[in-house]
Design a protein around this ligand. Structure first.
Ligand SMILES: Nc1ncnc2c1ncn2[C@@H]1O[C@H](COP(=O)(O)OP(=O)(O)OP(=O)(O)O)[C@@H](O)[C@H]1O
Ligand SMILES: [Mg+2]
Length: 200
């Protein structure tokens, strides 16, 4: 995407009085970003929702940033071309970074098919604040589940650039956690992720 101007030379970050660390201390938690990647219907939103419920019930301050929510608001101007997918994930990464700076445990659900974009999100998050969860499912199972009916439309050609059908998904080579949702229940996945995140 074209950026309008080189604006960096006119930006002077202010030294604000309350720091990221101050906010986290007030909330009594270590902020961070859990990034769920995987095919449509893999189970990202389902598992992230279960993780958020566990965290919330244990007194953690959370926010769930779901790809579908972003695409109806902040990213409503973006298509599913490769260029716009990069921009979609860049925005999700920037917003999740801000939310982590606010002290929150942020759960991001986005197909995020390109490894470079996920690495950008990790870099934006900063050291020790990013956990990549690959929610894995074989394409055939995702197509059988098809809770939104999107695979059917993609196979009919009514939706273009659909991940797994006519747009690629680059599997994470070394995610922090990989969940195979044909073998692991939602409850077990949520317990595993929460344990790795908070030790509880
Ligand atoms: N072990 C499992 N973990 C997660 N979801 C499962 C599991 N077994 C079956 N499912 C079902 O798979 C579907 C996953 O849908 P979900 O909306 O969570 O996928 P998603 O990865 O968020 O997809 P999208 O990218 O389209 O938002 C749900 O209908 C869920 O009930
Ligand atoms: Mg989802």
């Amino acid at each position: 995407m074209d950026l309008p101007i080189d604006n960096k030379s006119h930006i002077y970050p202010h030294a604000f009085s309350v720091s990221t660390r101050d906010r986290a201390e007030l909330l009594r938690q270590t902020p961070g970003i859990v990034w769920f990647t995987g095919l449509s219907a893999a189970g990202k939103s389902t598992i992230a929702s279960a993780v958020e419920l566990r965290l919330h019930r244990s007194g953690k301050h959370t926010f769930l940033l779901d790809g579908d929510t972003l695409r109806t608001g902040l990213c409503r101007d973006l298509s599913f071309s490769n260029e716009h997918r990069h921009e979609n994930i860049r925005r999700a990464g920037e917003v999740s970074r801000l939310m982590a700076d606010a002290g929150l445990l942020v759960l991001v659900c986005a197909i995020s098919p390109f490894a470079a974009d996920r690495e950008l999100a990790r870099a934006l998050a900063g050291p020790h604040r990013f956990m990549e969860v690959h929610v894995h499912v074989p394409l055939a199972v995702a197509e059988r589940r098809d809770p939104k009916g999107l695979y059917k439309l993609a196979r009919l050609g009514a939706i273009k650039n659909f991940t797994g059908i006519d747009s690629p998904y680059e599997e994470p080579a070394a995610p922090d956690i990989r969940i195979n949702t044909t073998q692991c229940s939602v409850a077990d996945a949520a317990a595993l992720i929460t344990q790795q995140l908070c030790g509880t």
